[in-house]
Design a binder for this molecule. Structure first.
Ligand code: SF4
Length: 456
């Protein structure tokens, strides 16, 4: 019989002894977006402070955590089936504890434990900093534990915790979202939007620079609605550019409605540091569908933003997110999406078929598009973009690009890094180049990566 959680929604912590882990192994399985990848780093860091030791496979772990994602379909099913694969480990090691965090944890709470009693604890997206106490409870008091309360009133104060930041890393600046696009589960799984204080972000980036980081990507569900008292996202970007020694600044994800001339001007004014690559999701190229999605812009307004950005930022490069087969989408409306891709000439597209998500308004729309039509449209869109993409990247051939070197393979003598426009560039180079920005002349361009040679 499944045990009932004995302290649902608790956030009270037992006093931690800092040797809670006693050298026990911890393994975290991560799904989904960059926010989840960052959250996993945070979980590892917090648990390492309690003397848990990260291990490279679940078989070596005494604590397994699934950091789940519910943006795509069958998320609960995927989480459950992963938990099921640990049955043998749990049989062999009764001390093994299994926890589920992330968006599925937030969404399903105690339902997860009711349907899968192997799970010892569940925690929500606002409860990561309480993870050590929750783990302590599972070791000290047997039973099941759930902690999934949203801390709506608490300020968003988290310092960046990354164990090995490398050359390029991510810094959270906002969490949650207030936009309620009708297809999206994020407002329900990440809560209301909150921004970190600007001074905390600056301090974080200064520390990362001291640890050798050359590039930061500012992340949040909707970064350009960042607001800390009278500092908006453009002000924040300008401050990071002026007040830290970081060499490169990127950001993701932006909402078209919040992308204004002031932000474009800031990017142009600090083009030595703020990279000219913009990920600007349009989701659908048809105004009626955009309205049903609650995106708060029309097709024409999206185009106008693109034109404004092209005029203001020399060499700007775009990528986007697209949903195909949103409820009620007709063939003509889908063709508006195709024409948007063709006219803007995005270098990268991230396209998905629509899938109903729990709690969302669009899941209740009655005119759902049949699966086979959605898949056919998606494949058609990818085919069209793929043909264009070869043509679009051809222009890089013969150009010399500034590449920040992120990795080198000593044995093979090969190096790779990213151009200012976020293209992956491969070339022959040595390990001592890692962390440096070098000139690379492009000899061959593919949509996914460029090949070139170092300019001495
Ligand atoms: S802006 Fe829309 S799609 Fe993006 S996180 Fe918010 S609700 Fe989801």
């Amino acid at each position: 019989m499944p045990q009932t959680p004995d302290n649902s929604e608790t956030t009270t912590s037992p006093v931690l002894n800092h040797d809670l882990g006693q050298g026990r192994g911890v393994w975290i399985s991560t799904y989904g977006c960059q926010m989840n990848v960052n959250d996993t780093e945070r979980m590892y860091s917090l648990l390492e402070m309690q003397n848990f030791v990260p291990v490279d496979e679940p078989e070596k772990a005494d604590l397994i955590i699934i950091n789940s994602c519910s943006v795509r379909e069958k998320a609960v099913h995927k989480t459950m089936s992963e938990v099921g694969t640990f049955r043998k480990l749990k049989d062999k090691n009764p001390e093994l504890r299994i926890g589920v965090g992330g968006c599925v944890g937030q969404q399903e709470k105690e339902n997860l434990i009711k349907s899968q009693p192997m799970i010892d604890f569940v925690f929500g997206t606002d409860q990561i900093d309480n993870l050590p106490s929750l783990v302590a409870q599972t070791y000290e008091k047997r039973g099941k534990h759930v902690s999934a309360k949203f801390e709506h009133r608490a300020p968003y104060h988290i310092e960046t915790m990354v164990r090995n930041p490398g050359v390029s890393t991510f810094v959270n600046i906002t969490k949650g979202c207030d936009n309620f696009c009708t297809f999206c589960v994020v407002p329900y799984t990440r809560g209301r939007e909150k921004s970190r204080p600007v001074q905390h972000i600056i301090t974080d980036i200064r520390h990362l620079v001291k640890r050798g980081v050359k590039e930061v990507t500012l992340v949040g569900q909707n970064v350009n609605s960042y607001a800390d008292e009278n500092v908006d996202f453009s002000d924040l970007m300008a401050k990071v550019a002026k007040e830290t020694d970081i060499e490169r600044i990127r950001f993701t994800t932006s909402h078209p409605k919040d992308f204004d001339q002031k932000l474009a001007d800031t990017i142009a004014q600090h083009s030595d540091k703020i990279m000219e690559y913009i990920h600007l999701p349009f989701q659908s190229g048809n105004t009626r569908i955009l309205d049903r999605m609650n995106r708060i812009y029309t097709r024409e307004e999206y185009f106008a933003k693109i034109e404004m950005l092209k005029k203001t930022i020399p060499n700007v490069v775009f990528s986007t997110d697209i949903i195909v087969g949103f409820p009620g989408e007709t063939e003509e409306e889908f063709l508006d999406t195709v024409s948007m891709v063709e006219q803007v000439r995005f270098e990268n597209i991230f396209a998905f078929v629509y899938s109903p998500r729990p709690f969302t308004k669009a899941a209740k729309y009655e005119d759902q598009v049949p699966e086979e039509i959605k898949s056919e449209r998606l494949n058609r869109l990818f085919d069209i973009h793929e043909k264009m993409a070869f043509e679009i990247v051809k222009r890089y051939e013969g150009q010399t690009l500034k590449v920040l070197v992120e990795h080198a393979d000593r044995e093979q003598g090969k190096a790779k890094g990213r151009s200012t426009a976020n293209k992956l560039v491969h070339f022959l180079g040595s390990e001592d180049l890692v962390g440096k920005t070098v000139d690379v002349r492009i000899t061959k361009a593919f949509p996914s990566a460029l090949r070139g040679e170092l300019v001495q």
